[in-house]
Structure formats: structure tokens, C-alpha cells
Ligand binder design. Structure first.
Ligand code: ADP
Length: 401
């Protein structure tokens, strides 16, 4: 009998589906791809086959069901269809798991109902994740479907850090608390950092800086998350590509009452037209670094505001942890932007933090240390791999791992 050693990882967004087929025996990825612009006039499917060949299909995908059927057909064309006996499970990224989902969970009707109940706190994300699960279940009803939650790793954050200082009755009625996101990445990177240092995660305190288009920091004590910068929604915390991060809530009242902006307009402003984009018109750090280099004042301000917030969280989490063994930079900006890493850590020798300029400038896809030997805190670049983490968690849950 063929052994089921593969996991299909699905990440269904509001208008896109990303997927990777991962073989858990050797870590290879026989196929991967994405469908974009679902529900729009012109969709696109990009599929990478086992031999590395890329097939692109341009056609409308009216809904997620159509998109996932097309993905299933692409996989089948490579002999990797959803009916293949090698498939052990489908792992779904689910953004919001609330307080209930603290670990990867086998999807049942009851679990789906609970994920649906969380839609009011994740209106942009959970509906697409739910659709992805429903469609995948319909295509292969007998196959284990595992939900892996972005919030799960943060459910260990103590109550005094998770609660906002508001009336608990009101907060509880509306499920208002700090949940945190990017948990799968923070968890993966915290563990990968321990591996890089040859240490047991249980004996390591790490500050993980996930700096992508969305960005968040977390404080991880002995493998357990004790604080993170995103809150009820992914808007809180660091300056991001298009999100403001921390802001005085009074700004919202002011813009509404005095500025005449509606709540929806302010929502759009803070989530989609703020952060780096709002400050300088670009949200790509490459472009900002290039412009700042040429002396562009707006780009320089955006860079400095971004780094200033990062340093505040670095210092804050240092105090939260008491002892820091490592700082790990990850995601698009964290893995690639040496000037951000340098500016975030400069002048912190008193805290035992130093970065070696030469090591920092090395470009590599591998996890690597960028601090000199004398640095008490190890500073590292640790590429994230959320898909692999989802696959591993799903595989372990279905008892195959
Ligand atoms: P997402 O949150 O969309 O998953 P990523 O983790 O892929 O984001 O990060 C995307 C961001 O990474 C880009 O917007 C860009 O700012 C940044 N980035 C990617 N490559 C580089 C690079 N070589 N130098 C600086 N920034 C980069």
C-alpha cells in the first residue's frame, strides 16, 4: 500500500488561493501555485509542476469553488490529484481562532461552526478561510482537513498582557482582547532560531520580528509566546506596509468628529493607506531604501518612523522577557533589508546587542547569525516557512508524523 506522506497546504484569501504540496518524508514540494483575482473578470492561475515548469492560465474564476477545482485539475495533470493515496491531509491556514483554538484542529461541522462564529472579529479573513475548507471538504470528503490558526501560538499570552484596560464586561461581550496574528510564523521562527543556535527551545528567550508587508513582533520565553504586537485585529503594533500600527484611539474620534470622516473611511485610511505607504507613497521597502539613498525626505522619514517603532518593541519585549538570548529577523523585510536590521539594533551594546556589518550584508536564503561572537544576545536572520509549519502540524495531528 502506498504510504500517505504528503500534505496539501491551502491558504485561501479574500480573492486568492495559495497552495503547496509538501512531502513530509523529505521536505520536497512537488507542486505549488496560486490563483489570483477570484471573483473578478480576469483571473490567473500559476502552477509550478514537479519538474519546475510553470503553467499559467488566464481565465475568470467566479468563486473559490471554481478556483480550487482548477487547482485540483492542475495537480491531477501532474499525477498529484486530490484522490492520490499519498495525500495524508489538507492543512488550512485560518487567520482567527479566537480563545478556543489553541492548537491545530481536525475540521468537523462543529469546528466550522465555531470558526464561523469568529467572523465578526475577522471579517476580512475568516470567511475566505471557511470557503476554502468547505470546498476542499466537498472535493475530498474522506480526507482529514486540519485548521491551523494564526492566533493559536499567542493563546499562551498571560491575561494581563492580552486584556485591554477597558471594562471586562464590555470587552468579553464583544470578544475584545489582544489575540495576535502571524502565530504560525512566530512559532516556526522561534523554533528554527533554537535549532540554529543548537539549543533546546525550552531554554531560549527570543524576540521574533516578522517584518513582511504586515509586520509583528513577539516575545517568546522558553518556546512559549508571552506577548505580541498585533491585537484584536492585525492593525495594532509596528508600522507596516499600509497599516499605521499603534495609534492614539483618540485620533479616530477626532477624524470622525472634527475631520468628518466616516468610520469606514477611517478603517480604510488606517488599514490600507497608512504605514510606509501613507508616509511616503511606497510600501515596498526596496523602493524606500532606494529613494532614501537618493536623499528623498519622505522616504527617509518613513524609514525612520518604521525603525523607531521597531526599536520601541525591541526594548519593550526585552523588559517583558528580562533575559533575551536571541533576536530573529524574518519575512520579506526582515530577511532581506540589511539597513533595517542595522538601524533597529544600532547603539544597543549596553543591552548586549550588536550586529556585525559584514555578516549583516551577506545575502542568503539560509538561517544565519549576524551578531559578532562577543554579542551577548545572538542576532539572527531566520527565513520563515509558514507552509512547512502548517504541513508539519497537520501531519502530526493526523497521526502520520
Ligand atoms: P507578506 O506580508 O505579503 O507575506 P513578505 O513577507 O513577502 O510579505 O514581505 C514583502 C515585503 O518584503 C515587500 O513589500 C518588501 O517591502 C520587502 N522586501 C522584499 N524583498 C526585499 C529586499 N530585497 N529588500 C528590502 N525589502 C524587501
Amino acid at each position: 500500500m502506498t504510504e500517505a506522506t504528503r500534505v496539501l497546504v491551502l491558504n485561501a484569501g479574500s480573492s486568492s488561493v495559495k497552495y503547496q504540496l509538501i512531502d513530509m518524508l523529505d521536505g520536497t514540494r512537488p507542486a505549488a501555485g496560486l490563483v489570483e483575482r477570484i471573483g473578478e473578470g480576469s483571473g490567473r492561475l500559476k502552477h509550478t509542476a514537479p519538474d519546475g515548469a510553470v503553467r499559467e492560465t488566464m481565465q475568470p474564476y467566479p468563486d473559490h469553488a471554481a478556483a480550487l477545482k482548477a487547482v485540483a485539475a492542475e495537480l491531477a495533470a501532474d499525477g498529484l490529484g486530490l484522490d492520490s493515496p499519498e495525500l495524508a491531509a489538507i492543512g488550512h491556514r485560518v487567520v482567527h481562532g479566537g480563545k478556543r483554538f489553541t492548537a491545530p484542529t481536525l475540521v468537523t461541522d462543529e469546528v466550522l461552526t465555531e470558526i464561523r462564529r469568529l467572523v465578526p472579529v475577522a471579517p476580512l479573513h475568516n470567511p475566505a478561510n471557511i470557503t476554502g475548507i468547505e470546498v476542499a471538504r466537498a472535493l475530498r470528503p474522506d480526507l482529514p482537513q486540519v485548521a491551523v490558526f494564526d492566533t493559536a501560538f499567542h493563546t499562551t499570552i498571560p491575561e494581563h498582557a492580552a486584556r485591554y484596560a477597558i471594562d471586562p464586561a464590555i470587552a468579553d461581550e464583544h470578544r475584545v482582547r489582544r489575540y495576535g496574528f502571524h502565530g504560525t510564523s512566530h512559532q516556526y521562527v522561534a523554533r528554527a532560531t533554537a535549532r540554529l543556535l543548537g539549543k533546546d527551545p525550552a531554554e531560549l528567550n527570543v524576540i521574533v520580528l516578522h517584518l513582511g508587508n504586515g509586520a509583528s513582533a513577539s516575545a517568546v520565553a522558553g518556546g512559549v509566546c508571552v506577548d505580541t504586537s498585533m491585537g484584536l485585529t492585525p492593525l495594532e503594533g509596528l508600522v507596516m506596509g499600509t497599516r499605521s500600527g499603534d495609534i492614539d484611539p483618540g485620533v479616530i474620534f477626532h477624524l470622525n468628529r472634527v475631520g468628518g470622516l466616516s468610520i469606514d473611511e477611517i478603517d480604510d485610511l488606517l488599514n490600507r493607506r497608512s504605514g510606509l505607504l501613507g508616509l511616503c507613497g511606497d510600501n515596498d521597502m526596496r523602493e524606500i531604501l532606494r529613494r532614501a539613498e537618493e536623499g528623498d525626505a519622505a522616504a527617509e522619514l518613513a524609514f525612520r518612523a518604521y525603525v523607531h517603532r521597531l526599536r520601541k518593541y525591541l526594548g519593550g519585549y526585552y523588559a517583558v522577557l528580562g533575559r533575551v538570548d536571541a533576536i530573529a529577523f524574518t519575512a520579506g523585510v526582515g530577511e532581506n533589508a540589511a539597513p533595517v536590521r542595522a538601524a533597529a539594533t544600532v547603539g544597543l551594546e549596553e543591552l548586549g546587542i550588536a550586529v556585525d556589518p559584514e555578516l549583516n550584508s551577506v545575502r542568503s536564503a539560509e538561517a544565519r547569525v549576524i551578531s559578532p561572537a562577543y554579542s551577548r544576545v545572538t542576532v539572527a536572520v531566520v527565513p520563515t516557512d509558514e507552509e512547512l509549519e502548517i504541513a508539519q502540524q497537520a501531519y502530526a495531528l493526523v497521526g502520520a508524523g
